[in-house]
Design a binder for this molecule. Sequence first.
Ligand code: SPV
Ligand code: MG
Length: 311
Amino acid sequence: MQYQPRSSVINRPERSAGSSPSQILRDEICSKSAISFLMEAHDALSGAIAKRAGFKSLWASGLSIASSLGYRDANEASWSQLVDVVERIVDSTELPVLVDGDGGFGNFNNARLLARKLHQRGAAGIALEDSRFPKINSFVGDRHPLANIDEFSGRLRAVKDTVADNLVLVARTEALIAGHGIDEAILRASAYAAAGADAILIHSRKNTADEIIAFAAAWRNRLPVVIVPTRYYRTPVSAYRDAGISTVIWANHSMRAAIAAMGNVCGRIIAEESIAGIEPDIATLDEVFDLLRYDELACAEARYLPPDQQQ
Ligand code: SPV
Ligand code: MG
């Protein structure tokens, strides 16, 4: 049987110039006709699962990657650890990946180094937030000092000058997280647009979408708007469509699902002193082998190994 490579962990077909990851992501974020959805991935496996479910693009979440590495979302993981995880996500999924670059891990120099490395490893875009180093997750505590607007704009310009259009540059303002109002958010978004951002991510910690919708109304789509509705999860997507939101990020849900599922399984195994009960509730080994494309390895062995060495 002739093996037909499809999107594969191992056989990674070259993309044509017209369909680079950043171009696909740019088209999604800039599309005026359709809202797009980015699913969180924190490793290659969660990326592959998101792809299998049908997501077309991924969000390499800082919170989820830090959590899976056992770090706090407080710049405890280094930029090179982030880049390594992103490379595995990109390699295993071949989907466009928008990377949560936090504040860029320092000043303009650190931010442009991070962007260059992410481009080299196949990322499609980078989101940079106007927090001060070291950042802390937006939902932790009340102290979220913002970077100076001009200094942060310099970080954006440095990234743009370094990677040009090879990475989509999403500028994220934490103005609302820091307790400021819509005016400050618009002021910052305007400066970041002037600095070369391709889209604006506006974040909120409220449990309704009111301030996001108010921002979108005042912003009038001068650049596409990206949102992360972790706290205002009850708002239906139709409200975002009506507000002209371009992209919605489901930012941490595979990581949280994994915590819940693994906690449940571990708890049952210890209580039942048996793995018999949980077997129907976990992935089969065949599912694992299918997800990781063991069939491709078998086909490659048939092609490249002498018959007496094949499985
Ligand atoms: C992330 O996923 O790391 C984000 C989104 O930045 S949030 O955790 O909501 O700040
Ligand atoms: Mg983050």
